[in-house]
Every structure is written in C-alpha cells, then in structure tokens.
Write a protein that binds this ligand. Structure first.
Ligand code: PLP
Ligand code: COI
Length: 344
C-alpha cells in the first residue's frame, strides 16, 4: 500500500476514478447489508424513478490525511443526518446513521492510497448518494433505491485557490419559498446549471442568489453558503433562511469564530442593502472550504468588498487557518468533530 503517485498540487475539482465504491440496495422495504464494489457504472431500467422524476439526493464530505499520518473525516454524522432529512422530504427511505458512518469508513479505508498527502492542498472528496432505482411511470416515489458512495481526490473548487472571486446577482432563483432549497436534492443543482453557465460565460465564478420570495435578502450561491465579516473584524454575519442548505462548514465556522477567535456571531436575515457595510466576504462549503469574494456585480453595478481582488481578508484567513488546522489535526478539535479511519 502506497499513496498514489499523482501531482496533487495540480488537480482541480473533477472526477478521477478510484478503486472502490460502496453500494447498498433497498428492496422489499429494507436495505441489504451493503458491500464495496469495483464496479463504477450503474445499470438500471430506462424508466427508473431517478431518470424520469429526478428522485435523488446526495452528500459531500472529505477525508484528510493529518500531519501525523492518520486518515480522518470531519463531522460525518452531520452529513448522515442531513441525508436523512433530504430523504424524508423526497419520500425516499432513510439510510440509517450507523450504516452511513460505517459505509464512509469502509470506502475511505479501501481507497486509503487515494487520500492525498498532508500539506498537498488536495483531499479525498466523498460523495454519498441515493436514487430511485426501479421503473416508475406514474408520478410517485420508487419502491427500490440504490445508495452508493464514490470517492475521488480533489483540489480547489474555484480556479486559483485562495484568489478572490467575483459573483453576480442572477435573474434566476435557486430555490422556491417552501421548496427544496434546504435539502441536498439533485434537482436543486439541475436547475442551477443554466444560471451558473450563464455566469461563467459572463466571466463570473458563481451566482449570489437573493431570497426567492422578495429578492431583498442575501441567500447563498449554487454550491456554498456565505459569510461576512463586519464591525472592525469583530462580528461574523451569515444568512438565516429556510431556502438555503444548512452548511456543515458554515456551522463549524460559526463555532470556530465564537469559541476559538472570540468573535460575535450573528445568523440572521441579511438585507441585500447591508452588503455595503461588509468588510470581508467568503463562500463556505466542503468543496469551497472558505473562498474569498472580492466583488459582487449586480446588472452593471459593482459592489467592491474592501479586501479587494488581490488579498484574503485577515479574519477570513484566520477562520480558514483554524478550520483547516482542525481538519488536518494541527489544532485541537471540539469533541466529536474528527472521526479517525483506523487501519486494520
Ligand atoms: N450550499 C449548497 C447549495 C451546497 O451545495 C453546499 C455543499 O454541500 C453548501 C452550501 C455547503 O455545505 P457543506 O458545508 O455542508 O458542504
Ligand atoms: C460540496 O461542497 O460538497 C458540494 O456538494 C458542493 C458541490 C457544488 C460540489
């Protein structure tokens, strides 16, 4: 067993096939015992629930190699719980928490050689997902489901790594009021593809969505929550909304800001107009980690964040260093945040 010989510093956020995936089938009202598989394709009915009515949800977390050579995952129980919440909303069977944690452990352990080295800037992205498997032609939930986990090594989500990005305010909404914005349903991402491609064509990294009901409050981007720093670096503000995904990274950053950095943390509705009072801005998520934002464009009007397009704000940097230090084992983690994947 040896870590794969890859130029880890040059990989981006794209799929590289690894050795094993995990698969479990739900049939006749119960999950089978699940297994690791070397088969990386899926065969199913042309009329499968996922193909006809997009009945699917997923999760995203990472495995890290720590300075002392351990392999760990970060708060996987919160991903397991969020997947249960997604399944409830989509009339899909829950994959039990203990099974979820065990499956993540198994698939990471089986692909240990694919966990990038400490300090390489890359990590192993873990993608649990579930979908309606059997044929469904009337609009109704499937009876059979496939739960799988694939893993793939990844680098930074946004090109340029720590370089500030520019967002735009789109004319589209990401989620409906009382819709599915607060769960990790595949359909939320399908409908974000057109707005994000339009943003890319105009030279923007992502869209900053406003609340779908009134378009006057800040929500999130297509794949990450948002954090702001204000009050001379003393306060972290982050949007509270029923139509954004409850980010595990954001919840962790709020804890770090309050308990490690002694900051005030406000999770509340943020009027869009308040953006001009913000000193620093960042996107946060498993893929994005914390990506600094330098500017937001709104139909020809430029909103410049004071930290500009060259620098990462000092508080954003401290939050990034503390969070990644906890994930990589150089800073002591709060109880229960780190799960070690033990070698046999
Ligand atoms: N918001 C959206 C829409 C996402 O897709 C993600 C990624 O999972 C996040 C926020 C960040 O969530 P987390 O920190 O749990 O990865
Ligand atoms: C993640 O951060 O894990 C996500 O799922 C975001 C996705 C857009 C890659």
């Amino acid at each position: 067993m040896a870590i794969k010989d890859i130029d880890w510093s040059s990989i981006g956020f794209s799929y590289i096939e690894t050795d094993y995936s995990y698969v479990s089938m739900y049939k006749d009202g119960k999950w089978d015992e699940g297994t690791l598989t070397k088969e990386h394709t899926v065969t199913m009915s042309e009329c499968a629930g996922v193909l006809q009515y997009s009945q699917s949800c997923f999760e995203g977390l990472k495995a890290y190699r720590t300075e002392d050579g351990k392999i760990v995952t970060f708060r996987p129980d919160l991903n397991g719980q969020r997947m249960i919440d997604s399944c409830k909303r989509l009339e899909m069977p829950e994959f039990p928490m203990e099974r979820f944690l065990d499956a993540v452990d198994q698939v990471v352990k089986a692909n240990a050689d694919w966990v990038p080295p400490y300090g390489s800037g890359a990590t192993l992205y873990i993608r649990p997902y579930m979908f309606g498997y059997n044929s469904v032609i009337g609009v109704k939930p499937a009876d059979e489901y496939m739960f799988r986990i694939l893993v793939t090594p990844v680098g930074p989500y946004f090109k340029g790594g720590a370089k500030p990005i520019v967002l735009r305010i789109p004319d589209f909404d990401r989620a409906a009021p009382h819709g599915t914005g607060n769960i990790k349903a595949g359909l939320n991402y399908a409908m974000s593809l057109h707005p994000v491609m339009e943003a890319h064509r105009e030279g923007y990294a992502e869209n900053m969505y406003l609340d779908p009901a009134t378009r006057t409050y800040i929500e999130e981007t297509g794949g990450a929550n948002i954090i702001f720093i204000k009050d001379g670096g003393k306060t972290l503000v982050t949007p509270k909304s029923d139509s954004i995904l409850p980010s595990i990274t954001r919840r962790s950053i709020c804890y770090v800001a309050e308990h490690y950095l002694g900051m005030n943390v406000e999770q509340r509705r943020i009027p869009y107009a308040e953006i001009t009072e913000m000193e620093e801005m960042g996107l946060c998520g498993t893929a994005a980690v914390i990506s600094p934002v330098g500017r937001v464009d709104d139909h020809g009007k430029q909103i410049c964040i004071p930290t500009g397009m060259e620098n990462v704000g000092p508080v954003t940097k401290k939050l990034y260093d503390t969070l990644t230090g906890i994930q990589m084992g150089t800073i002591e983690a709060p109880e229960g945040w780190i799960r070690e994947i033990k070698a046999d």
